[in-house]
Design a protein around this ligand. Structure first.
Ligand code: HEC
Ligand code: HEC
Ligand code: HEC
Ligand code: HEC
Ligand code: HEC
Length: 236
């Protein structure tokens, strides 16, 4: 967040410099009788203001920030468990994906508080002791109309978690969850960059991002543009 604020600050500082520049130039021109000075000034002030609103303010207003109920440390736990990611994220017998773990997968180790950490104490007192599931916020959650199967991608295509999720699995704390105030979707769906640029495959997971890879990988009937039945691959 600090970088965003810094940027806004930079931009507004620039704005002040530019307006000063233009103001002094405009003053010099006035002898020639041109109305160009004030017009350019208004243009630049307007441009800068809309940049501040568009880059700085709008994303802040559009997304509300939510803290996860407990900060889970993936790095620490990967070293403690026997089967890596699969200790907590695995396929059930019927092929469906277990997704986010339930208390049952934590309780063997957390019946009591192990260490000094406040997060662990919070987890044990508020959830384990009361038998309440942790209401984790799911970064990658798609709208209900979307059908997604981990089996097709992991077992079928042998893909790596990082391709779609980034490095959450190796992180030491969970990042802040950002919820779009209009759609209610997570920011991970619509993308970090509101300009629409994407650096990593996991920066965004909108419809076009799914189908872009499907077209590239030549998944049967995947081309959204060309085939009518294609919608039903991802919308049941
Ligand atoms: C001891 C259990 C445990 C282990 C081991 C574990 N995770 Fe997790 N993982 C969790 C919990 C709890 C969450 C819930 C937090 C959340 O909603 O993001 C989570 C969330 C995630 C998410 C975020 C899903 C989302 O969209 O919100 C990803 C991705 C993930 N884990 C990947 C991995 C990978 C990759 C590994 C192995 C390198 C791994 N995890 C190992 C417990 C575990
Ligand atoms: C294999 C045993 C084991 C399992 C399974 C396990 N934990 Fe832990 N967990 C530990 C240990 C050991 C610590 C370290 C305690 C310390 O020294 O601070 C810990 C620490 C934590 C902490 C504090 C982390 C921090 O940042 O300091 C939280 C929160 C936590 N666990 C939640 C969970 C949740 C949620 C699950 C189930 C999805 C889970 N644990 C599963 C052993 C386990
Ligand atoms: C092709 C992209 C892709 C790959 C590869 C992938 N995921 Fe996911 N994952 C998703 C999408 C999309 C969702 C959201 C599904 C939904 O909302 O229906 C998701 C959801 C999740 C969730 C959230 C929980 C839930 O209840 O559905 C967890 C946890 C998770 N993935 C872990 C993993 C792990 C661990 C791996 C690697 C073994 C992995 N994913 C590989 C795309 C992927
Ligand atoms: C990085 C590449 C990639 C991304 C991103 C991706 N997929 Fe896929 N998807 C694949 C591949 C490869 C297969 C084919 C798997 C196989 O061979 O069984 C597939 C298969 C599927 C299937 C099964 C298709 C069938 O014909 O059975 C569905 C459904 C699906 N993907 C939905 C999605 C959705 C929804 C998203 C976005 C949220 C998504 N995928 C993102 C690569 C990707
Ligand atoms: C490769 C998977 C995939 C295919 C194929 C696909 N969609 Fe989607 N669609 C998604 C995903 C993921 C979302 C949610 C993210 C978003 O809005 O971009 C979505 C969202 C939508 C939404 C918005 C729903 C909402 O709640 O916001 C509509 C409408 C839609 N799709 C229509 C279609 C139609 C019509 C087709 C066929 C021409 C199609 N989709 C094909 C993956 C797919």
């Amino acid at each position: 967040m600090s970088t965003l604020e810094d940027k806004t600050l930079e931009v507004s500082n620039d704005a002040v410099n530019i307006t000063e520049d233009v103001a002094s130039k405009g003053g010099g021109d006035q002898g020639g009788g041109g109305a160009g000075g004030p017009v350019i000034l208004f243009f630049i002030v307007g441009l800068v203001a809309s940049l501040i609103v568009g880059w700085g303010l709008f994303p802040k207003l559009l997304y509300s920030q939510k803290k996860q109920p407990v900060s889970f440390n993936h790095k620490l736990h990967n070293e403690l468990v026997d089967e890596g990611c699969e200790s907590c994220h695995f396929f059930r017998e019927d092929g469906s994906y277990s997704g986010v773990p339930t208390l049952a997968q934590c309780i063997d180790c957390h019946e009591e508080v192990n260490g000094e950490s406040e997060e662990e104490a919070l987890f044990v007192e508020e959830y384990v002791a009361k038998g309440r599931e942790v209401p984790w916020l799911i970064y990658s959650r798609q709208p209900d109309c979307v059908f997604f199967s981990h089996a097709a991608h992991i077992k079928g295509a042998g893909m790596d978690c990082v391709t779609c999720h980034g490095h959450i699995g190796e992180s030491e704390e969970l990042k802040v969850y950002e919820e779009n105030r209009i759609s209610g979707y997570s920011r991970d769906i619509w993308g970090q960059n509101i300009g629409g640029f994407k650096k990593n495959s996991w920066d965004r997971m909108k419809m076009d991002d799914c189908s872009e890879c499907h077209v590239r990988e030549n998944v049967s009937q995947s081309s959204v543009q060309t085939e009518k039945g294609a919608c039903f691959v991802c919308h049941k």
